[in-house]
Design a protein around this ligand. Structure first.
Ligand SMILES: Cc1ncc(COP(=O)(O)O)c(C=O)c1O
Length: 371
């Protein structure tokens, strides 16, 4: 049996409605901005319960622009994690700032108890990551940020539909960045992203920043980026928008099935499920657990047709690009991050998997440990 990681062929198996909308758009040739982008932004603002939403060229661009919009720049420090995809750190470095790495909790999200010790006179923002759609301890992070008057920029790139007590990812701080890259739960036909915020000042900054800093056709207010969301991609996003809940609920149900199976005594100590917040909605952009003999398990599953993966084997603070920084980036002890990167494994969890495929994954893991 094959258990693929990607689901894009099924996701777009009926592309006719998208082609129809694209043909209609082609009669107007409005390839940047236009009503489809506005519709996408209204959809995502409404969905996340935010006042404003702005489409961007990618999640990375969304993060960088949010940092710029709250005044983070050359030499400033942003407290974040090493347990993340490179884009979190790349977005910080791209605005001339420096990451300060702190360790994570057992659920792979930033440890709020370590934040205060890392704050110094260079700290200009906190950037928690909703890693793989996992809700971080946002209430504690917000309380610390408020005490030190620091903006919180949420890396919610993997977290569309994730919530804590009904409040959406990306809405706890000054602004949230999302990705709609093809591998995300809500995805388009290429790169894309969006920002949500309740702040009119941040909205106005992003409107400038994503469009070269142009105030109008002829006047440049500041130097920005060419980082709009293409209108074509907004059309694809609008097509998937009504299905976000259905897609997410399916992924959650699949993850719960895995959790039930792997929490049985026969897997005890071999598969370790991270703690799940009961008041939070984890959206399983990836289904990740810690596994004994991870590399052997990975090789065995791949041999049996299961596209398991490792996200990510090398934490950011051990990457060459980070180690080349002079002076070195600040950091706390990161032993939990290092331990997790050595044991994490990702099993396919997408919405198009059948019960048989999920059972097959569980059975293959079971038989690997039985030896
Ligand atoms: C945690 C995290 N942050 C940021 C990004 C960047 O998103 P994009 O690929 O749209 O630039 C990603 C993408 O995978 C991500 O996983």
């Amino acid at each position: 049996m094959k258990v693929p990681y990607s689901y894009l062929q099924e996701q777009f198996s009926d592309p006719e409605p998208i082609f129809r909308a694209l043909r209609e758009q082609l009669t107007r040739c409005e390839f940047t901005f236009g009503p489809e982008l506005e519709e996408f932004e209204q959809n995502m603002a409404r969905y996340t319960g935010s006042r404003y939403c702005l489409g961007t060229a990618s999640g990375t661009a969304a993060l960088s622009m949010l940092l710029k919009a709250v005044g983070v720049g050359e030499g400033d420090e942003v407290i974040t994690v090493s347990q993340t995809f490179v884009a979190t750190i790349g977005a910080i470095v791209a605005v001339g700032a420096r990451p300060y790495f702190i360790d994570v909790l057992d659920d792979f999200t930033i440890d709020p108890d370590l934040i205060e010790k890392a704050i110094n006179n260079k700290t200009k923002a906190l950037m928690p990551v909703w890693y793989s759609g996992t809700p971080p301890r946002m209430e504690e992070i917000r309380a610390i940020a408020d005490r030190y008057d620091l903006p919180v920029i949420e890396d919610a790139c993997c977290a569309i539909s994730a919530r804590i007590e009904g409040k959406h990812a990306g809405t706890f701080g000054a602004g949230g960045a999302f990705s709609v890259h093809p591998l995300k739960n809500l995805n388009v036909w290429g790169d894309g992203g969006f920002i949500v915020t309740d702040s009119v000042e941040i909205r106005d900054q992003i409107i400038l920043l994503r469009n070269h800093g142009l105030k109008n056709r002829d006047e440049v207010e500041l130097f920005g980026y060419n980082a709009r969301l293409d209108t074509i991609q907004a059309i694809v996003g609008n097509y998937l928008y009504p299905r976000i809940d259905e897609i997410t609920d399916r992924r959650i149900a699949n993850a719960q099935k895995y959790d039930r199976a792997f929490s049985s005594p026969e897997f005890n100590g071999r598969i370790n499920i991270p703690p799940r917040r009961q008041d939070g909605r984890h959206v399983y952009h990836m289904y990740m657990v810690l596994a004994e003999n991870r590399d052997e398990l990975l090789a065995d599953l791949i041999k049996r047709g299961i596209e398991a993966k490792v996200h990510y084997p090398i934490p950011m603070h051990l990457q060459r690009a980070v180690q080349a920084a002079e002076p070195p980036f600040g950091r706390t002890d990161l032993s939990r991050t290092v331990f997790q990167c050595g044991s994490l494994i990702t099993f396919p969890v997408h919405q198009h998997l059948s019960e048989e495929q999920l059972d097959y994954v569980i059975e293959c893991v079971r038989s690997f440990y039985r030896g």
